[in-house]
Ligand binder design. Structure first.
Ligand code: ZN
Length: 366
């Protein structure tokens, strides 16, 4: 009797399970799932500053045509999907560990990337990196060159002079990389004195060189922030946390290669990395004025509240007196001041205007 009951239970369970099965309309030959890559492009937005377009650029990238690990076309597609406006491909002339697998024409990586850039309407700058011993001479990026092969010269000064003849904008790269303290060596002073250097990296990869801000101001060099990327740009976990590659914000009259070149020569840039800006005081101030809009919220018996609206993709961190405040990207906050106050002094802790000096700005309330 007991065995019969168990058997009956088994049949009952089996029948119930069968009744819960449902057939689908899946094509048994092949099923398509959503793609794990996309054509999406992020948006990086900054308001115009004094009528200038703010163009987001990375002026220092590598491909497998020097010591990078990626094909040149990928440099364009990754920058495009990040929402950036322009990059320069700056493969080393002298250091090419994969030369047995690539051709020995120094213009090739640009030519390959240019095809992709043109299809996307993306701004691609032709560049190269003139590379000598870091502790004695250093590395220099020449942008807007015409023919990288002509820059393949033994004498580093002659290489820089040839880049200059081609109309290049020349950057002294990562002055603090692979050395314990940043200093100006004889060779570097000589090429600066000869007028061969136009800009200098204050951010490179994950490094910031505060002392170089002082040199840039004193010597009239344009400040640059660049990734110097060799592998791939982070797309997954870090990007989710808002980590972005170093960028140079270029204040240009127009969104073209000529516009970028003119702005670089005129020194209109802010270097940007790790939610920190570094650049000339005047430009930093103009950037703050363009980004933060102010309006009164309401007035009490003693105090008035003012709404600060941040129209940029930069998160401002500042002190109002002893108060520590944050105005996140594309967000608002309010400050409270005594009635009839016409301006409020804010110290922007993440905007550097010189060696370890941050921007102090009187925000006009009326
Ligand atoms: Zn490099």
């Amino acid at each position: 009797m007991k065995r019969l009951t168990t058997f009956a239970l088994f049949i009952a369970l089996f029948c119930t399970a069968s009744a819960q099965q449902t057939t689908t309309n899946l094509n048994v030959n092949k099923v398509f799932y959503p793609s794990y890559s996309s054509n999406e492009r992020a948006t990086i937005s900054f308001p115009k500053v004094n009528g200038y377009e703010v163009i987001t650029c990375d002026f220092h990238t590598h491909t497998m045509f020097s010591d990078g690990l990626v094909w040149p076309a990928l440099r364009v597609s990754e920058a495009w999907s990040e929402g950036m406006d322009a990059i320069a491909i700056t493969d080393h002339i002298e250091y090419r560990p994969f030369r047995n697998y690539t051709v020995n024409d120094h213009n090739t990586s640009f030519n390959i990337a240019k095809e992709s850039a043109d299809k996307l309407g993306f701004l691609l700058i032709k560049g190269t990196e003139i590379t000598r011993t870091q502790s004695i001479m250093g590395h220099f990026n020449a942008l807007f060159i015409k023919d990288a092969n002509l820059i393949d010269l033994k004498d580093p000064k002659e290489a820089l002079r040839e880049a200059r003849r081609q109309g290049a904008f020349i950057i002294w790269n990562h002055p603090g990389w692979a050395v314990d303290s940043t200093y100006i060596r004889a060779f570097q002073q000589e090429v600066i004195d000869e007028g061969l250097i136009d800009g200098v990296e204050v951010f490179n990869n994950t490094e910031f060189y505060p002392r170089v801000m002082k040199w840039a101001i004193e010597k009239g060099l344009t400040v640059i922030s660049a990734s110097d990327v060799h592998g791939n740009i982070e797309k997954s976990r870090l990007e989710k946390y808002g980590v972005h590659r170093p960028l140079t914000l270029v204040f240009a009259k127009e969104r073209t290669l000529e516009g970028i070149h003119e702005a670089l020569k005129s020194g209109r840039t802010l270097a940007y990395f790790n939610n920190t800006l570094a650049g000339k005081e005047e430009l930093a101030r103009d950037f703050v004025k363009a980004s933060i809009k102010i309006s009164p919220l309401g007035t009490g018996t003693k105090n008035t509240d003012y709404l600060l609206v941040n129209q940029s993709d930069f998160t401002f961190k500042f002190n109002q007196g002893k108060k520590i405040l944050e105005l996140p990207a594309n967000s608002s906050t309010f400050i409270t001041v005594p009635n009839n106050t016409s301006s409020v002094n804010l110290i922007f802790n993440n905007i550097f205007i010189n060696e370890n000096i941050v921007l102090a700005h009187d925000l006009q309330l009326k």
